[in-house]
Write a new protein. Structure first.
Lengths: 114, 109
């Protein structure tokens, strides 16, 4: 297993376009998290899945954002009608449920909306 | 007031110095994470603590649950330690993390 993989690493898009990011977690991890990080700030929670079920969504996740984890393995995060304020690093992490189990982070997808 | 606060925000040290980064939190936690982030974004997990102290190489992390405070220490600092160090509180039930804003560390040769 090569850890948590995110694609693409970088995405530049024009305002108003739709973008989709992919996260492949560690295969035996049942929990998958999406976070967003803007410059100079710590990451902020967006949403989380346990297996294929999306169990929590942050109020930061407007109706332009949607996330899926259809088979409980990889996940996609789509942003529709991108705005300049969506420019950020989108981080994915996975873990195994239960106390004492740590996180593994992906390298992130850096989105720039021009 | 943020639920997880770190200090200092920026830290410049000379190679070889002993470094301390502090983290205070106001939420109940099941664990406290220390993470390292290099330019380009990738985050590496350094420690996950629920009590006491952990050591890995030149890094030491401590936590005081009663005072809701944790520290990350780096002994004999080296320029390759230059990075952003982030603490994050794990609230437990969902294991989602609440992050501090990070400490930007620059170790000069």
């Amino acid at each position: 297993d090569t850890g948590v993989s995110q694609n693409p690493r970088h995405k530049i898009t024009k305002r108003g376009q739709n973008v989709t990011f992919r996260c492949d977690p560690i295969s035996e991890h049942n929990r998958l998290y999406w976070y967003r990080q803007t410059l100079g700030q710590g990451p902020e929670f967006l949403t989380y899945f346990q297996n294929e079920a999306q169990l929590e969504k942050s109020r930061l996740l407007s109706d332009r954002f949607s996330a899926e984890r259809p088979k409980g393995s990889f996940s996609t995060l789509e942003i529709q009608r991108t705005e300049q304020g969506d420019s950020a690093m989108y981080l994915c992490a996975s873990s195994l449920s239960g106390e004492g189990n740590g996180y593994t982070f992906g390298s992130g997808t850096r989105l720039t909306v021009v | 007031k943020n639920e997880v606060e770190q200090s200092p925000q920026n830290l410049t040290a000379q190679e070889g110095e002993f470094i301390t980064i502090n983290c205070s939190y106001s939420v109940g936690i099941s664990a406290l994470h220390w993470l390292q982030q290099h330019p380009g974004g990738g985050i590496v997990s350094l420690f996950m603590l629920s009590s006491g102290k952990k050591k890995h190489g030149r890094l030491i992390a401590t936590i005081n649950i009663q005072e809701k405070h944790s520290s990350l220490h780096i002994t004999a600092s080296h320029p390759r330690d230059s990075a952003v160090y982030i603490c994050a509180a794990d609230g437990g039930a969902t294991n989602k993390l609440i992050f501090g804003t990070g400490t930007l560390l620059a170790v000069q040769p």
